[in-house]
Design a protein around this ligand. Sequence first.
Ligand code: PLP
Length: 410
Amino acid sequence: MNQDVSYDVSAIRQDFPILNQYVHNKPLSYLDNAATTQKPQTVIDRVHKIYARQNSNIHRGVHFLSNQLTEEYEQAREQVRQFINAKHAREVIFTSGTTHSINAIAYSFGEKYIHEGDEVIITGLEHHANIVPWQALRERKNARLKVVPINDRGEIQMDAYERMISSKTKIIALSHISNSLGTINDVKRIIEVAHQHNIPVLLDGAQSIQHQQVDVQDMDCDFYVFSGHKVYGPNGTGVLYGKEKWLEEMPPYQTGGEMIQKVTFDKTTYNELPLKFEAGTPNYVGAIGMAEALRYVEKTGIQAIARHESQMLRHATQKLQEIPGLTIYGTAERKISVLSFLIDGIHHYDTGMVLDKMGIAVRTGHHCTEPLMNHFGIEGTVRASFAMYNTLDEIDQLYHALLKVKQMFS
Ligand code: PLP
C-alpha cells in the first residue's frame, strides 16, 4: 500500500523531536499512542517560553506578567471551545485530565441528582476511569450501576441499551471510542434515545478528541471530557465540557481560592462559570500548552489525520491477519487506529518485550479495561495504536517483527 502523498508524514515527523531517536540501537517506532501521544516542538516551545519569560499566577495579579498570562489562559479556553464547538467558553472547565473530569461529574452531578435507588448506565467497553467513579457514587448514594453488554465484535448492543433505560435512570456515561478495541460508538443514536427520556449523556472523549472532528453541539452530548496528553498536549491537562444548564445547577466538587465570589466566616458565595469549578491555582501552563497542541492539530487538519490513520488501520489489519495464529480483538465496523491482538501460545507481555528489543513500542495488558478483557475471556492483549505521525513502513516493520516473535516462541 502506498502512503497518501497529499499528507506529508515525514514533515510532520520532523515536528516531533522524540521520534527521531534509537532505542536498543533500533530506530524508535512509537505505536503506543492510545496511552499517550508525543508533543510537537510548538508545544514544547510554548511551555518553555512560559517558564522562561512569562510565568506568573493568573487571575489575581495587577502586574503585567499576571495579566498577560491570564489573557492567554482565557484564550486557551476559547481555543478549546472552538475545537469542540461548545456554545460558550464558560462551558469549558480546565481539569487535570479525563479521570479528573469524570470524577468531578460523578461527584457533583451525583450530589445533586442521584438518590437511593437511582440508576447510572455505563457500557461493557469502559475504561476504569468511567467505571470506578460511578461505583463510588453507587456506594455513597445507594444507587444502581447498570452495564450495557457488548457483542463479540466489541460493539454496544443497542437493543439491550434501549431496554435498560428506566424511569430511575439519571445519567448515561460511555466512551465515545474504546481505548482497547478502537470501536467508535454510535453516540448520536445513544444520545438521541437518552434524550427521549430526558436523561443526560456523558461522553468520555479520551480516545476521540485526537482522531476525529468533535462537535459537542452536533452530538448534543451533555458532558464531554478529554485529556490534553492524548491530543499532543502536556501531561496533567484536560477538559470537562458541560452544557451550561447542568453546570449552573451542579454544586462545586472542590472548594477554596478562585472559585469564590465572597467569603466571610458565616457564608461563602461561589464564582460564576467556569471558575466555580476551578478551585485553586489551575495548571495554566498546561492549559496554554494544550491550546497550542489543538492549534497544531487544526493546522494539520483533523480530517486529513483521520484519513491517514484509517489508511494505516486498514493496512495494519490486513497485514496482521496474514499472520497465522494471530487473533484481533475488536472488529467493529467503525473503528479508529487501534489494533488489539494476541498470538496463540505467546503471552502478550512476551510479545511486547520482544517488540521493544526491536525498537517497537506497544502496550500490553488489560489497558485499564479489565471487565472488557473478562468479556473476551482473556487477561490482556498487545495493543498497537497509531497517530498522525506513524507510517505504513512502521506497520510493515511491526508485521515482520511479529513474524520473528512467532519464530522465537515456536
Ligand atoms: N478513558 C479512556 C477511554 C482512556 O483511554 C483513558 C486513558 O487511557 C482514560 C479514560 C483516562 O485518561 P487519563 O489517564 O488521561 O485521565
